[in-house]
Design a protein around this ligand. Structure first.
Ligand code: ASP
Length: 588
């Protein structure tokens, strides 16, 4: 039995449809909602299933001929137990029905563009074009309830930890998150533009200078990036920042927030979130967002092949993964895997099937010495029937290829394997060197270097720079990056050094972030923060692979909104007012 909604009663309604039960038998009730289905019962009577956001209730209605699917009705009648043998155990209200009904049509409805039965598969554009109809499906209703519960739990957890909710502006100057900005032309200053926030990053740091001490916001962020299953132009983040804290403090605050969110949905508080360094994550899982719901860890074989005669394994790094039971894969499948690995940038992929007594069946087995073969078996601990996949290359390439293969072959669906949160700490400060030889920040330019690695910054030597760790950390869940954060640089001398390494001139720094640097001159406390994506968290908690399923009004993969038709052209007068002219579309 569900608890009754305390606020069900309104001017038109006494109860929600889905909350009526045997305990209501004999009561006269009024329910409001949409006609889910109508089944004739003789010539006079019909069963009308009325639906609202809580579910369905069967109403026995006379003269129901005018009532069509999705008509909006108010039905007043008496709750009664269904006749023995006619109960519907699949329906929460299946033990009762509403009889002696008086029906008021509140609104007629055209036939819906698709059935609202949760079973019919409807193409996404059609669903989004009529999202208001799609939202009536139980799946969407459930997902949006999960979302609301997650938001509320996060807000509660942050407030309980002393964080103050502060709203930051939407029309701002650019924020350095590394994506493309959405811009808004200024009417009052033609030719000038606001950027929509990629994140509230700079404002939350200013809040710290402003003595707010602990800030949070469930913030809308906008990034003009290609869309994917886990990415939309606009998305929601729990954004937080705190002063006089260490990395551990932030990890604790955020762990509390996600634990509260998970508990609010699943009823169980997740275990303490384990931590792993970035380097360990790459070595063991080949990914900085490892899915630790399954094993298949990367195994080091570089030593085994230190003196090999086999050319393909004469490489700086040789590693393997082992797929339990994978020896049954057909030759076609293995060829397809090899092609996939090559498409990802591998020079090749070596496969070996483990046969009886540890014999290795592989096109390359004949090139490997007995010691090497024994070394592979010992390191991978592979058994008969397993498949071993080996990649030899530069270490980073090996990580990437095997990390992708591991996910491709081992990753459980989103609804299986529970929730595996993981903190990945000690990220490198720089992701790579750009074409200009300058390092590219792995997080953003305000990230504090790791205390033990500051000396590496002095040399300026590329290997040292790439080896320099930072005080940046990510939170992952089931192989999805949920969010990132860092301890910030609050000292102007270190900030200047980082800007100069990044090739950001004083003039550029002043132009882009001058207000932040100026603020720091007026007393900046040490501070650190984090932000995680609420859409992704909700999707996983709701068992959805795609964040669009947990967003009320998302955009399609191509960035369009089939419901409102956005984006749309604007008229010439409006363009004039903004001082803009649209160039003809470039031909492909
Ligand atoms: N602003 C960062 C982001 O949106 C998070 C942070 O560093 O707090 O990814």
């Amino acid at each position: 039995m569900t608890d009754k909604h305390p606020a069900a009663a309104t001017a038109l309604r006494t109860d929600y449809c889905g909350e009526l039960g045997l305990e209501d038998a004999g009561r006269t009730v009024s329910v409001c909602g949409w006609v889910h289905s109508r089944r004739e019962h003789g010539s006079e009577l019909a069963f009308v299933d009325l639906r609202d956001r809580t579910g369905l209730v069967q109403c026995v209605v006379s003269n129901a001929h005018d009532l069509r699917s999705e008509y909006v009705l108010r039905i007043t009648g008496t709750v009664r137990a269904r006749l023995e043998g006619t109960e519907n155990p699949k329906l929460a209200t299946g033990a009762i029905e509403v009889g002696d009904c008086e029906v008021e049509i509140l609104a007629a409805a055209e036939p819906p563009p698709f059935p609202i039965d949760g079973r019919t598969s409807v193409d996404e554009t059609t669903r989004l074009r009529h999202r208001y109809v799609d939202l009536r499906n139980e799946r969407m209703q459930h997902n949006l309830r999960v979302r609301a519960r997650v938001n509320s739990a996060i807000r509660g957890a942050m407030e309980a930890q002393g964080f103050l909710e502060i709203e930051t502006p939407m029309l701002i100057a650019s924020t350095p998150e590394g994506a493309r900005d959405f811009v808004v032309p200024s009417r009052l200053s033609p030719g000038e533009f606001y950027a929509l926030p990629q994140s509230p990053q700079l404002f939350k740091q200013l809040c710290m200078v402003g003595g707010i001490d602990r800030y949070f916001q469930i913030a809308r962020c906008l990034r003009d990036e290609d869309l994917r299953a886990d990415r939309q132009f606009e998305f929601m983040q729990l954004d937080a920042e705190a002063s006089f804290v260490s990395q551990d403090d932030i990890l604790h605050f955020i762990s509390e927030a996600v634990a509260a969110a998970a508990e609010a949905v699943t009823g169980a508080r997740p275990a303490e979130i384990p931590r792993i360094t970035w380097l360990e994550a790459m070595e063991r899982y080949g990914s900085d967002k490892p899915d630790i719901r399954f094993g298949m860890e990367l195994v080091e074989l570089t030593e085994v092949f230190a003196g090999t005669e086999f050319n393909a394994f004469k490489a700086p790094c040789v590693k393997a993964i082992c797929l339990p039971g994978g020896a049954e894969l057909t030759r076609n499948k293995l060829d397809a895997l090899t092609d996939t690995a090559k498409r990802w940038g591998a020079k090749g992929l070596v496969w070996m099937k483990v046969e009886a007594n540890g014999a290795l069946a592989s096109p390359v087995a004949k090139f490997l010495s007995a010691d090497e073969q024994a070394g592979i078996l010992a390191a991978t601990a592979a058994d008969e029937g397993d498949l071993i996949l080996i990649v030899a290359d530069e270490r980073r390439t090996v990580w990437r290829i095997l990390g992708l293969l591991r996910n491709e072959l081992g990753r459980p669906p989103v609804t299986e394997g529970g929730l595996s949160f993981l903190w990945v700490v000690d990220f490198p400060l720089f992701e790579a060197l750009g074409d200009d030889g300058k390092p590219i920040p792995a997080h953003h330019p305000f990230t504090m270097p790791h205390a033990d690695d500051v000396a590496l910054l002095e040399s300026g030597n590329p290997d040292d720079l790439l080896a320099c760790r930072s005080q940046a950390y990510d939170l992952t869940l089931n192989g999805w990056e949920l969010g990132s954060g860092s301890v910030r640089i609050h000292r102007p001398d270190i900030q200047r050094q980082i800007f100069s390494l990044l090739g950001i001139s004083d003039e550029e720094a002043e132009r882009k972030f001058g207000f932040l640097l100026t603020a720091f001159r007026f007393g900046a406390p040490p501070h650190a923060g984090f932000a995680f994506g609420i859409d992704r968290l909700v999707a996983i908690l709701a068992g959805e692979e795609n964040i669009r399923e947990v967003i009320a009004f998302p955009k399609t993969q191509s960035g369009a909104d089939p419901l409102t038709n956005a984006p749309t052209p604007i008229d010439a007068a409006h363009l004039d007012e903004l001082g803009l002219r649209v160039l003809p579309k470039a031909k492909d």
